[in-house]
Design a protein around this ligand. Sequence first.
Ligand code: PAF
Length: 325
Amino acid sequence: MKIDIIGAGSLGLLLAGKLIHAGAEVRLWCRSDEQAGELSRHGITISYEDGSLPLHLAGSSLRAGVIDKFAETVSRVPGDWTAIMLKQNVFHDTLPEILAPLRDTRLHAVCFQNGNGHLELLQELLPQASVWAAVTTEAAKRKTLTEIIHAGTGETIIGKRRNININVEKGGSEEDSAAISLTKALVAAGFRAWMSKEVDTMIYRKLLFNAVINPLTAIWRIQNGELTASAERVQLMKELYREAASVYDACGITYDVHAWEGILEVCRATSGNTSSMLADVLASRATEIRWINGSIVEMADRAGIAVPLHRWICRLVEGMNVKER
Ligand code: PAF
């Protein structure tokens, strides 16, 4: 399988490295010439915190280029799938221009972003594309431009934002069989991946978890596990959770009745992890707050619900000192 991966952050490198290891051909599209050059020279290294031997991937199965060349290359030599691994802010800032020449091309694209709003934008930019969502709980940290630490294995769920009823053994349409092949490639690469017709529920579940955990870890500059170390912190988390849950209720979005316990469990299970939003703040990068808590605020506005805490949290995180925009 030939896979284009747009975005060579921690998850992009993890996906690329593992897929190459399992025999896929990967073209990795980076935001800088410097990173594309480093990857072409040194390949990708995946290391582990438990001391397991690092995995080093180099050679002809990996091609790295700059994102500006994506459209030109793909129109000459199409791939089977494009996985978009950019952060929401970069997705919204760069893809309209990058993808404009492919407007009439039929791509199979899968988006791995946190939050909401990106799938609609991609479908608007590429009306002919088959757009799929992936929700993943894999955790990776970037060490250098070519090296990541695979900090935690998770689950990756792939689906369309509509009801699909697919049995992985018996694919229906061409687009469904393509998604089945992608899922199989991910499984062969060592990911716990499957397809689901419940991807909307998974997207909103992750949004709820991210909207409670991520901004507080970023503001207090603490790791996930420290959130539950004080009753005051848990209280604020709970208030954020209640506001978001009231928005879901008003919008008819279903969520697990045990979602609150689930959030506390994720904090415990990822206690030593730096959340993706804290990692952005520490690296002076723009955060995804607008597409996480901002998305809760937007839904609340549409439903006529007051969400003062989420509104404040958005302002606080947006006001944090970031160099990149
Ligand atoms: O965005 C993240 O960092 C993760 O999804 C999680 C588990 C909510 C916090 O680390």
